[in-house]
Ligand binder design. Structure first.
Ligand SMILES: *Cc1c(COP(=O)(O)O)cnc(C)c1O
Length: 458
């Protein structure tokens, strides 16, 4: 008999989580104005709101923290981080920041002017926010297959290269400061970009003289999928594939809270010395001095180890297998989600799970609330709330997909927890005919409203 799979680590420390009753949860979610971001975490049983900064760190990372150098200038921790960044990605210049959006703020301050256009593959929400805040525009050039949740395509994060070429032809290098390639494509469901597509995107960028930026939060998962799904990479290590991907990038921003496997941190990195100099000023202004930016020495040390460990195949394999396990449980119950399962999360197709809730009443948010009420599971809406209003017309934007994202923190939950999530969704799916109303907005911020929006029952 073939031996079953088991994770390549054992658990050294545990953290208690509390259960609750449906009655309690009804009160708590109402008090939070039906916004799960406003819910104290102690009222959550299984927290899948994000895998960002919420994973467990290894014993090597914790011990590296004890060796953190907290010097203001020239800390050894900075050089530890700088060295691994150069080794993995090939960039000579690196600016540490407190997280991914800070790296965007620093780098975009040096790159984007009003009226610019930044094409890419489904820009992440903070990325889009930092573009639109500068009165520039993000243009989504993701392949059409990404918008049909039921199509099985190995690289749904890919860019439609013809579309990108058309945008670059229309606006040219004067109005396109860079192309933004997100690996993996978070917004489209944690879907990877193939090496072939990376090469083609890079070629089109070069043709138009436009630099290529990789938004890199899940770069290691992207490399894992290239190894598993793209011909010619079966025998490559993750580190070799990462090097192959980043050969095509001129610069990167990263949220280290994802594949960096730390609780906080990020950086921007680039080849161009002149860009580094310009961005340095903004790093000093917004983040901190060049050799710590937004991070403490211990955090930079933990990140240096995290980047090294999390670019090993076994770690990524364990993680993606757990996401696939949850996907397989949902398949058993016929619950539709973005196929195939992404690297870090399952994106449940809320339009299909709650077919009777009107589009205007925030279908994916309604499913998030139902799931919380059912089992104390906290997911997150990737739908009309997240899409914000159109910056010009101020109308609500209703994206092609309404998704409830269940992001799985690294090395934190067991498959027993995944079973609870799957059965809770099944119970909701079984009574979908009875769920006919969603929610309406009573208060919202002008930009990135989903974090603080207040809702009531429609
Ligand atoms: C998380 C993320 C960001 C923003 O990073 P933060 O650390 O949350 O500020 C940007 N882009 C992508 C693709 C991300 O996943």
């Amino acid at each position: 008999m073939e031996l079953p799979y088991a994770e390549p680590y054992r658990i050294k420390m545990t953290e208690a989580i509390r259960t609750s009753t449906r009655k309690e949860r009804e009160r708590w979610i109402k008090d939070a104005n039906y916004n799960l971001f406003m819910l104290p975490s102690e009222y959550v049983f299984i927290d899948l709101i994000t895998d960002s900064g919420t994973g467990s760190q290894s014993d090597r990372q914790w011990s590296a923290m004890m060796l953190g150098d907290e010097s203001y200038a020239g800390a050894s921790s900075f050089y530890n981080l700088k060295n691994i960044v150069e080794k993995l990605f090939g960039f000579k210049y690196m600016l540490p920041t407190h997280q991914g959006r800070a790296a965007e703020n620093v780098l975009f301050s040096a790159l984007i002017k009003e009226g610019d256009v930044i094409p890419g593959n489904s820009h992440f929400d903070t990325t889009k926010g930092h573009i639109e805040y500068r009165r520039a525009r993000a243009i989504d050039c993701t392949i059409d297959e990404a918008f049909d949740t039921q199509i099985e395509h190995p690289f749904k994060g890919n860019v439609n290269v013809a579309k990108l070429d058309a945008v670059l032809t229309e606006f040219g290098p004067e109005r396109v400061p860079f192309v933004c390639l997100t690996v993996t494509n978070n917004t489209a469901g944690g879907q990877p970009v193939s090496m072939e597509n990376i090469r083609e995107v890079s070629k089109v960028c070069k043709k138009h003289g436009v630099p290529l930026l990789f938004d890199s939060a899940r770069f290691a998962e992207n490399a894992y999928f290239i190894r598993m799904r793209e011909k010619g990479f079966e025998d490559k290590t993750i580190k070799q594939i990462v090097a192959g991907m980043y050969k095509h990038a001129d610069m990167m921003t990263i949220s280290a809270k994802k594949d960096g496997a730390v609780n906080i941190g990020g950086f921007a990195a680039m080849h161009d010395a002149e860009l580094y100099r310009r961005a340095s000023t903004f790093n000093i202004m917004f983040e901190g001095f060049l050799t710590y930016g937004g991070m403490s020495g211990r955090d930079m040390n933990a990140l240096a180890v995290g980047l090294d460990e999390n670019t090993e195949f076994e770690q990524l394999d364990a993680r993606v297998r757990q996401v696939e396990y949850l996907g397989a449980r949902l398949d058993e119950f016929g619950i539709p989600y973005q196929r195939p399962a992404g690297g870090h999360a399952i994106f449940v197709d809320a339009y299909k799970v709650l077919p009777n809730v009107p589009r205007e009443e925030f279908v994916a948010q309604t499913l998030c609330i139902e799931l919380y009420l059912e089992a104390g599971v906290r997911g997150v809406e990737i739908g009309a709330l997240l899409a914000d209003r159109d910056p010009v017309t101020r109308e609500n934007r209703f994206p092609a997909l309404e998704l409830t994202r269940l992001a799985i923190p690294r090395r934190s939950y067991t498959n027993n927890h995944m079973d609870v999530v799957a059965v809770a969704l099944k119970n909701i799916y079984d009574r979908r005919e009875t769920i006919t109303r969603g929610y309406k907005i009573t208060a919202e911020a002008p930009i990135m409203r989903h974090f603080t929006v207040e809702l009531e029952k429609a």
